[in-house]
Design a protein around this ligand. Sequence first.
Ligand code: C2E
Ligand code: MG
Ligand code: MG
Length: 700
Amino acid sequence: MAADTPLRLLVLEDTEADALLIQRRLEQSGLKARIRRVDRTEQLAAALADEQWDAVLYDYTLPGMHFEDTIGLIRKQRPELPIVLVSGTVSEEMAVTLLQHGLNDFVLKDNLLRLPSVIRRAVNSAAERCRRKRAEDQLRKLAMVVEQSPTSIVITDTRPAIEYVNQAFLDQTGYSAAEVLGQNPSILNQGKTPPATYRNLWATICRGEVWNGEFCNTRKDGSVYLETATVAPIRADDGRVTHYVAVKSDVTQLRDSESRIHQLANFDELTGLPNRSLLLDRLQQASRSARQTGRHGMVLALDLDGFKFINDTHGYDIGNRVLESVAERLRENLSDDSTVARIGGNRFAVVVENLSRRRNRAATQAHDLAELIHEELQLPHCVGETETLVRHSTTMGLCLVLHDHENAERLLNKAEIALQRARDAGRNSWCFFNGEMQALVEARGRIENGLHQALEQNHLALAYQSQFDASGRLIGAEGLIRWNRPGEDPIPPGQFIPLAEETGLILPIGQWVLDTACRQLQSWAQHPRTRGLHLSINVSARQFHEPRFVDQLLEALERYEIQPGRLSLELTESVVLNDLHQTQQRMLAIRDLGVGLALDDFGTGFSSLSYLKNLPFHTLKIDRSFVSDMIATTSSAAIVRATISMGHALGLTVIAEGVETRAELDLLKDFGCNAFQGFLFARPVPGDQWQPEDQTIATS
Ligand code: C2E
Ligand code: MG
Ligand code: MG
């Protein structure tokens, strides 16, 4: 209480004069006080109820008021209010009795000098009692809160040994207080919490900071639970850390329901496949990785046709089993890093990553995958206890995931638009979103089918383009494949050869070319004019690396009784680059047979003469693009000149292809080129029209 605030004193006194006397006495001593006198029980009760008082001055000899009742009344209403007895006389016995009843002090009226200091002391000590009581109350409350808190609380010393645990801790862990006090809190850790968590915990609290994290602890009965924890250092007044407190809550159920929620939010309940929302996530990822790796991805949307009919005729249970069976087939036929999802009642979707970097190739891969899925889903499903056989057709839409960043929603949308288009076109088929790609894939399909037929029906032919030496003498020809489609435009080999490579059709085609060329050489061998001519044929990478290639070559040479030196194989750099060691071995085997080897299209690819040194080529063919640039571009001319002299230095014959003009020929001759091939001399002509007599020697 502030020193200048007057004390509020309630004076129980029947004599007005005595009350005034008391007031004067207090004023004289400098103690400011407001005094109110009462002399009846009702007045006392009202005053206690209505106003705040700092002390009661009490003359116990009031008529009609028994001291026990009076003190009882005051204590009941104001337990802390100091009561000072101020009386004319009081026996020692009475004083003791009164003190026992809760009186705080007493002053005799003839010694009122003491009164101010007695009042002050009584008021101060009452205030002190009040403070202490409040603090005790608070402590008691705090203890109750800690003890009854629903979260586990553990206090340890710095070793750390447990000093205190609350009831929630005991309930949670199943241990008794006696079992854990003095123990290290790690008794709860059976190795399920990652060691890194503890390292992090200690590093944090040793820095004097608060740590938050999660423990996976084990109860006394061995069961495991997850709890989030806050661990904080506790400091003494001098700042030293003396204890740690951990506050922990069990989150096992929360996590369980979280994972359940995750499951519900991201997966289809029936098939266990990702749902539309998770698929979109994965698609977004695929789009990102397409951008990073440069590889295409694809998304395919798929509808089971007539699914309603299945439900109607067989019932929902069978319908559900069919959906499960579809899910299983899709999963079985796709790699683990693909995503299969159910995105609607009878709609599924597939996301595949890591297709080719090349767009056309990626489109082909996507197409092949669609075909595979389509075929797999064509097989009947055997479902239900009755082993019902159920069939359905499937309609699909495809969209490539390209390098340009596109959002997942849009990509899936495109696949679904393509699906709609396929459905409009009459179900049970598939369609690309991109028209150009669709055309490409369809054309490819046509070419592939056509090539099969061409092989069977003998629509392939070899055309021969003559080759000459520097003196204009005919030295041989290159065999170039032609595909004659009855009633249709020819497709140039540059278009169908790469496709034949992809599909493997190049193997029978290559064998056919080899046979045809050998037959031609056999026929040339019959005539003196053609006996000395060479024939070169083109061999593609896949064909060359086929394990049986050298055997096939030998068989053909023997079957047609060819002088091996009459035949040459033209290889491109792509053949050579594949696997240098194997290429070298194989080329050596071919050289040992006596067959010539030419490096075709030199200058268009990697163009390194360094591997020429290590590979047994006989001939170097300068690509047509250099020859045609030579006149206009001096650098091309310089390259051709250098190539020719380096070829010679390596002991190779150099032939230029695509020679179209006299000027080109003259320059090439100047540079020392050994042989020539091109429209200036002859175009490729069909075998039956090719005559050595017709060859005009256009040189010199
Ligand atoms: P290549 O082996 O470099 O064949 C030369 C190509 O240039 C031929 O085209 C030929 O017709 C053309 N050509 C020749 N002289 C001239 C000229 O003066 N001017 C112009 N503009 N072009 C000329 P073609 O027949 O279309 O063959 C293209 C490519 O197809 C060949 O290039 C070869 O890589 C491949 N190819 C052709 N036949 C076969 C074959 O039987 N097997 C394999 N694996 N590939 C073949
Ligand atoms: Mg060639
Ligand atoms: Mg060439």
